[in-house]
Design a protein around this ligand. Structure first.
Ligand code: PRP
Ligand code: ADE
Length: 188
């Protein structure tokens, strides 16, 4: 697996540890959830204490300067809380449709194996002027992470960056992130 370029010794060290854990522990599942998809399951990475710590620390270095961390439903929640604790800021759950009481902001999108809608509350919290760092576990086509970033930006947030643990390069998601700096701890 290739690691992204490290821009500080601190990030380099976190990336190396996270890269080792992700390479060793990711479970690759053929034909899930649909035929032809090779699904990257990071469950064993998160269930490993040092592995989980390394990805949280790597993401937190990338998110320095944020005053709110947004985690994308569902596995992004596992990361968002840890990174927010590390940065000393709050956390926001970007939910799949139908989970939040109205009023909500919504954004629909396509992903590698379907389509979905993400939602956040309108004005609770008020996102105007908030410096938000958006996190998910995997970047495939990029549809999910881009929808989350656009949703937050539309609600008035300044999206200072987006990040994932694992980027699947052949699906080309990175090319969609010209407006938001993208960090991936590991690229395959
Ligand atoms: O880059 P994309 O093609 O958009 O795919 C990436 C998304 O797909 C997976 O989530 P999924 O929608 O399966 O949801 P889950 O976390 O609720 O299982 C993954 O956790 C990302 O959110
Ligand atoms: N191949 C994949 N592995 C894990 N999550 C995904 N989301 C979209 N495609 C995925």
């Amino acid at each position: 697996m290739d690691a992204p370029e490290a821009t500080s010794p601190e990030l380099a060290s976190a990336l190396e540890r996270a890269g080792d854990a992700v390479t060793r522990l990711t479970r690759w599942c053929d034909d899930f959830p649909t035929a032809g998809v090779r699904f990257a399951d990071l469950t064993p990475v998160f269930a490993d204490g040092p592995g989980y710590r390394s990805v949280i620390e790597g993401l937190a270095v990338a998110g320095a300067g944020a005053d709110l961390v947004a985690g994308v439903d569902a596995r992004g929640f596992l990361l968002g809380g840890g990174v927010a604790m590390e940065l000393g800021c709050g956390v926001l759950a970007v939910r799949k449709a139908g989970k939040l009481p109205p009023p909500v902001h919504s954004e629909s999108y396509s992903l590698e194996y379907g389509a979905a809608t993400l939602e956040i509350p309108c004005d609770a919290p008020d996102l105007k002027g908030r410096r938000v760092f958006v996190i998910d576990d995997v970047l495939a086509t990029g549809g999910t992470l881009l929808a989350a970033a656009e949703l937050l930006a539309r609600a008035g947030a300044e999206v200072i960056g987006v990040a994932v643990v694992l980027e699947i390069e052949e699906l080309g998601g990175r090319g969609r992130f010209d407006r938001y700096p993208l960090t991936s701890l590991v690229r395959v």
